[in-house]
Design a protein around this ligand. Structure first.
Ligand code: UD1
Length: 419
């Protein structure tokens, strides 16, 4: 357990390099299981969720090792089919192993997956797709048993609404299936596009990439691959908004600007200025002063739900009224009570938050309850006067690599304290 201590009200300034993407790396790690060989992920973020997924893969028999930021996954031997472990129940992404494990071993028994405290996160769409492809599913108290004999069958799978995880899982199940699988109304998030390109590099046959309708023609073998994990658009967005909240001016090296359109659009509406030059995002947040009006989270290319709480932190510093509508998750405003204890004026009604910004934020002791809400508290702490202590920093470590060191590099007065 740890705490992050911030002495705020210092404009961020300087340059940082954006880490590899958590949400791209995790499904790629699951995809490695499809191949009886060796996969190398370069630029893999050294964060708690990746370590946790590595631990789960180790339980299944995968040998792993790190060379700096390259993660080597030797999947020649996969001996286990059970993940009846705490790590599965505390990380929702463990469900992403289902498609690969069915393809590789024909069976998986897994503790019901957990995840962030942002409301109910069912896995019915994942199971619907697997069942349609021929798997039998038993749901018992606390765990899922999914199995089938022979090869999975390619089918037309239509999702009632786009789910990132269910799209990824179905893609993974389809790569080695018999015949062609069509994914209709699937998610279009950039991490899915990255997963498709990664699978293609492994030898998979996939079309419709970047659209809401993907097809996968099953192949019988894959090959060893070395792949660069793309940069994390949410981490880049967090730094961008951190600079906005402190009216700072920063340079983000390796920021995936082409995937950040909605985040940059809101940043511009708030008065932020930016340009992309020589592979770097130059962000000047010194003129941030006005409300972007109403912001709704939505599927890509809309405003990402993972940036919602970080946006709230910025809006608290703008002396106007704003409204944020959370349309993806049912209960993603838990951080608001912590903002209030810092002096923030936010009222939540159902899935909408009304923010009356401009009240001076003051440092106090706050508690992170989940990953992105925790990062948002750090951003609020950077903008606040006095000392903010963010407890439960382990939530933040799930997705941000050395966040304190990066912010310190940008001139923030911040340190980690063991608790
Ligand atoms: C992924 C991301 C997460 C991001 C989210 C939305 C990873 C590891 N995580 O999560 O950071 O916030 O996309 O962009 O990539 N749903 C169902 N049934 C299902 C699956 C989902 O009802 O079987 C619902 C969820 O409860 C949620 C919505 O669909 O309300 C979107 O969830 P989904 O896109 O699946 O998100 P995740 O894959 O969990």
């Amino acid at each position: 357990m740890g705490e992050i201590w911030i002495d705020g009200a210092v404009p961020l300034s300087g340059e940082v390099r954006i880490q590899g993407s958590k949400n791209a790396a995790l499904p790629m790690m699951a995809a490695a299981l499809l191949h009886e060989g060796v996969t190398v992920l370069h630029g893999c973020p050294q964060i708690a969720d990746v370590r946790m997924m590595e631990r789960i893969l180790n339980i299944l028999g995968v040998e792993t090792c790190w060379k700096e930021h390259s993660l080597i996954l030797d999947c020649r031997r996969v001996t286990g089919v059970e993940i009846m472990d705490d790590c599965a129940s505390c990380m929702r992404s463990s469900i992403i192993l289902l498609g690969s494990m069915l393809a590789r071993k024909g069976k998986m028994k897994i503790t019901y997956p957990g995840g962030c405290a942002i409301g109910k996160r069912p896995v019915d769409l994942h199971l619907m797709a697997m069942e349609k492809m021929g798997a039998r599913i038993e749901e018992k108290e606390g765990f899922l048993l999914v199995e089938h004999s022979g090869r999975l069958e390619g089918k037309n799978i239509e999702f009632p609404f786009p789910s990132v995880g269910a799209t990824e899982n179905t893609l993974l199940a389809a790569v080695l299936a018999r015949g062609t699988t069509r994914l209709i109304n699937c998610a279009r998030e950039p991490e899915i596009t990255h997963l498709c390109h990664f699978l293609q590099a492994m030898g998979a046959e996939i079309g419709g990439i970047g659209t809401g309708e993907l097809w996968v023609r099953g192949v019988s073998t894959l090959r060893d691959v070395e792949y660069q994990v793309p940069p994390d658009r949410i981490v880049a967005g967090t730094f961008l908004y951190g600079a906005a909240a402190t009216r700072g001016k920063i340079i983000l090296d390796n920021a995936p600007v082409e995937e950040m359109e909605a985040v940059l659009e809101v940043y511009e509406k708030m008065g932020g200025q930016w340009e992309y030059k020589g592979g770097k995002l130059l962000a000047d947040g010194r003129k941030v002063h006005c409300s972007p009006g109403k912001v709704e989270t939505s599927c890509y290319p809309g405003f990402p739900t993972d940036m919602q709480s970080v946006l709230l932190a910025v809006l608290l510093t703008i002396p106007e009224e704003s409204c944020v509508w959370e349309k993806i998750f049912e209960d993603r405003f838990k951080v608001v009570s912590q903002f209030r204890s810092m002096g923030g004026d936010v009222v939540v009604e159902g899935r909408k938050a009304r923010i009356r910004g401009g009240n001076p934020l003051r440092g106090t002791v706050v508690e992170a309850g989940e990953l992105r809400g925790g990062a948002a508290l750090v951003v609020a702490g950077l903008a606040a006067r006095g000392i903010t202590v963010v407890r439960n920093s382990h939530f933040i470590e799930r997705g941000y690599e050395n966040l304190e060191q990066m912010i310190a590099k940008l001139g923030g007065k911040i340190r980690f304290a063991e608790k």
